[in-house]
Unconditional design. Structure first.
Length: 187
């Protein structure tokens, strides 16, 4: 039995704009052609200059080589996208060991304690969030958002990823390699 999940997709109406964010899950984008239909300029703008591994050129490559179609989560405030997150389903036998939460958590646990984390195998299958290059995993947010709206945008796409993972029988959701200077400011 999965733990109950609480999903907060909105907050009280405030000066930064309407509280409700519309979240959309895009999947199996018709062999990449519909990635362009999604609006790659809008998508890429949310990740900024350091978002190469979540930008549309890399996503085309990642989707072409993925065992299962990736997920693309977007959060919109009216017609404007304010958040985005690519995510990849990984099975127990994934060849991408540095993307596998089971493998990475087991390694880190052994380094810290000297013991094997036998329970870490239970983290698979997993939904690996961020670009499918494990050195950079991040969610994209619109430039110029206030701290509260920025946090809401990230929460919206992360919670959508969590709901998708639980609905499809995955055991965990991971952001394994977040850059230390990536942050959502308190708000």
């Amino acid at each position: 039995m999965r733990p109950p999940r609480c999903c907060l997709l909105s907050a009280a109406r405030g000066a930064d704009g309407p509280a409700l964010l519309e979240v959309t899950t895009h999947r199996d984008l018709a062999h990449l052609s519909r990635l362009d239909d999604l609006g790659t300029e809008r998508w890429d703008a949310l990740f900024g200059p350091r978002g190469f591994y979540s930008a549309s050129p890399w996503l085309r490559h990642a989707q072409a080589t993925a065992a299962t179609a990736p997920y693309y989560f977007t959060a919109a405030d009216g017609p404007e996208w304010v958040g985005a997150l690519p995510a990849y389903q990984l099975e127990q036998d994934t060849p991408y060991v540095f993307c596998s939460p089971g493998t990475v958590v087991d390694f880190l646990y052994r380094q810290a304690t000297g013991d094997d984390a036998l329970w870490a195998a239970g983290l698979m299958p997993a939904l690996a969030c961020g670009g499918r290059n494990p050195s950079h995993t991040k969610a994209g947010v619109a430039a110029g958002l206030g701290p509260r709206r920025q946090r809401e945008a990230v929460e919206a796409v992360v919670e959508a990823a969590e709901r998708q993972a639980w609905a499809t029988g995955m055991e965990s959701v991971s952001f394994l390699y977040v850059d230390e200077d990536d942050e959502v400011r308190p708000g």
